[in-house]
Design a protein around this ligand. Structure first.
Ligand SMILES: *Cc1c(COP(=O)(O)O)cnc(C)c1O
Length: 397
């Protein structure tokens, strides 16, 4: 199967063109290749919907929602047009107002959905080991104006759900999890998806479960689920008198067919991602100044991403040198998530002033490199990646 990375998503810098031309396709190591179900399986499910002329929000979408709810052990699942619209509708349906506390070290869609709802984003720092929201900093940032905390399972690594639930419960505010990377992660042995007021997932080609485009909201709250179903349909639940300001965020039947065919493949995909993560760690752990994202005992990550931190002092090199050495060998990388959100144009005005605002997020974002990870990545590619990093970091040839 060939799949052009350029058509997957446009938010990534591509490999340097010159080195791209100089290397044969065989030598190149792509950053990501979505693993898709067989098209015949997708078409078989889709054909009936197509013939009946039901193209959106029909039986397949419902069947997909039910299959997801069962798999994630949560009462309700609402499928929508994207992870971003899932966040936008969830913030809206929960009637959030004023301020929301969220991490700076995440993909910007987490915060975009807040701005679209006229909410003020208040950034909290992350922890230096898990790279997830620091609950102590969250507690410091909750004020009388705060209506919710948005936790993110960065890279699929479950964040500190229990502590955040306790803090939000005490403050009497809502708690939403951006689980865009965490379809198939487990927290304390339970599938991620049933915590807080709601969790949201993304179904784009770079995420674990791929539907082309799409998003999911999972919740145990019947009223919220009902509001979200109205919300994805302009806010109208059938009376032609909208209950809330909604969107057209319906879920196409073709995407549901792809999701249904893809669901059985998720477990083996995550197993392979975990094998690759283990292999990278084993190979890189003795190199001075290379650090990894830590998954807490009792949790499991999808390893949607595998990123390393390059400590410039201890490694004698920098993240950018590592990335460009890899690029010149035809190995694509990304810098997830750099710059941190509080350093981006749209969000600077919301950051606390001062040099040491969010010191951990600044440091992690400034030293992170994300390495290729996907089921079809060959073992020899892992070795090639590791050898380049070792050479750059130790200065040996
Ligand atoms: C991908 C992503 C989203 C947005 O999902 P889309 O389906 O692309 O709209 C939101 N949050 C995080 C953390 C993401 O990585």
């Amino acid at each position: 199967m060939t799949y052009k990375i350029t058509s997957v998503t446009s938010d990534h810098a591509l490999l340097d063109r010159a080195s791209e031309r100089a290397l044969s396709e065989h030598d190149r190591v792509r950053f990501v290749r979505p693993s898709l179900p067989e098209l015949a399986d997708v078409n078989r499910a889709y054909q009936k919907a197509y013939e009946q002329g039901v193209l959106t929000n029909g039986c397949l979408a419902r069947k997909f929602e039910d299959a997801v709810a069962e798999r994630l052990n949560v009462r309700y699942c609402v499928a929508v047009s994207s992870g971003t619209s899932a966040l936008m509708l969830t913030y809206r349906a929960l009637d959030l107002h004023g301020e929301v506390v969220l991490p700076s070290f995440t993909f910007f869609a987490t915060a975009h959905a807040a701005l679209w709802n006229n909410l003020r984003p208040v950034f909290a720092d992350c922890l230096s080991d898990t790279w997830n929201l620091d609950p102590q900093d969250v507690a410091r940032k909750i004020t009388a104006k705060t209506s919710a905390v948005i936790g993110v399972h960065v890279g699929g690594n479950p964040c500190d759900v229990k502590t955040l639930e306790n803090e939000c419960g005490r403050a009497g505010i809502k708690l939403v999890f951006d689980a865009a990377h965490a379809f198939g992660s487990t927290y304390g042995g339970q599938p991620v998806g049933g915590s807080g007021d709601a969790e949201i997932f993304s179904l784009t080609p770079t995420k674990t479960l791929v539907c082309g485009e799409g998003g999911l909201i999972t919740t145990n709250d019947a009223t919220l689920a009902q509001r979200l179903r109205a919300g994805r349909n302009y806010g109208d639940s059938g009376s032609y008198d909208p209950e809330l300001l909604g969107l057209n965020a319906r879920f196409p039947e073709f995407n549901a067919a792809m999701g249904l065919a893809g669901l059985p493949l998720v477990a083996s995909k995550i197993r392979r991602h975990n094998e690759i993560a283990c292999a990278y760690r084993e190979r890189l752990q003795d190199i001075p100044g290379i650090q990894f994202q830590q998954v807490e005992d009792g949790n499991a990550s999808t390893f949607k991403d595998f990123s390393i931190l390059v400590d410039p002092v201890k490694s004698g090199t920098s993240r950018d040198e590592v990335a460009s050495a890899l690029a010149s060998e035809g190995i694509e990388t990304r810098k997830y998530y750099s710059p941190a959100m509080h350093q981006q144009k749209l969000y600077r005005e919301f950051a606390e002033k001062g040099d040491d605002a969010l010191p951990v997020s600044t440091r992690v974002a400034g030293s992170v490199v994300s390495l290729p990870i996907y089921p079809s990545l060959p073992d020899e590619a892992i070795e090639r990646v590791a050898a380049v990093i070792e050479r750059v970091a130790t200065g040996r040839d």
